[in-house]
Design a binder for this molecule. Sequence first.
Ligand code: TTP
Ligand code: MN
Ligand code: MN
Ligand code: MN
Length: 370
Amino acid sequence: KKTLPANPLPTVSQYACQRRTTLDNHNKVFTDALEVLIENYEFSDNKGACVGFRRAASVLKSLPKPLRCLKDMEGLPCLGDDTKAIIEEIYECGSSSRVENILSDEKYQTLKLFTSVFGVGPKTGDKWYRRGLRALEQVHSEPSIQLNKMQAAGFLYYEDISKPVSRAEAKAVGCIIEEVASCFSSSVTITLTGGFRRGKEFGHDVDFLLSIPEPGKEDGLLPAVIDRLRKQGILLYSDLQESTLQQWKRPSRCFDSMDHFQKCFLIVKLWTRLVEGHREDPSSRRDWKAVRVDLVVPPVDCYAFALLGWSGSTQFERDLRRFARLERRMLLDNHALYDKTTNTFLQAKTEEDIFAHLGLDYIEPWQRNA
Ligand code: TTP
Ligand code: MN
Ligand code: MN
Ligand code: MN
């Protein structure tokens, strides 16, 4: 007679949207290692390798316990031979030689530094690297380099915006945005999204969804918000993107985090005295901090889709879309859900409605840290 294992592991789905992933990552040693590889493949624009390692890292983040032996990996989806070899080496030697080699690689280090500047992506970073530049100072003092407006702001406020934003700072920014937006219309609602909605204590920026219940009333909201921030003297940078919803037909096949909503990417000056729990620091030279803020204004009928799309994590969003396409013949993006079987759009007022249309158990925002 065969005996069943005493504690059969519950099966883990290959889709992050069928897993509950809190911030409590029990396999950080492994996922940190994989994230170095992912970052390095992003720098060399190797999309295929990125996908595989991202899925593997995401599975490990969802596990309720640390992997304790190689046998624990049996039956887990998305773990390729490369990933297994890396985990095995970390078990045996405490670190992965492949990861250590990347960490000590000059090109990796330089691209990591350059892409940490707001407005600088892997392409620009690589261009500067190939010119022989290695430090931010060198880029800044190189006369032949023309920084665009975004990069110029990125350099100017680098010290502040490369530091994490705390939840208390995010709240203070929320109060400012709420106040200026309510001058435009008293019916504006503002929702904190992105990593803070998923329960993170720190983020690289603060993301808000702004909404007005009356359809069509939202035109002009962000220009008015930007104008008020400027008049208050706290607007350090703004990139306003007008709505291009007219050009949108139906969700596209591939994951595309670009959406057609009215939105803006800002840097605002946050007075530190407005931050709860702030204590005077006599050694600090300034009484403000530059903070990156993203504002999005979806029309009311898209609100649930926009909220789901902007709450992340990016890997969770990718797997939601992949699940919809491959398991349900549906197309999901930040605006809508389209059923290819019936050729209809499925309406949703809440995120719960969207999960229900997809036949998925509801996953709370703090369980989407895939
Ligand atoms: P981010 O602010 O980049 O990431 P985050 O909030 O999860 O993490 P961090 O704490 O580092 O800020 O993006 C938040 C979500 O918004 C992410 O799931 C992708 C989504 N997004 C869009 O859907 N469209 C866009 O145009 C952008 C810029 C983001
Ligand atoms: Mn736990
Ligand atoms: Mn964010
Ligand atoms: Mn953001």
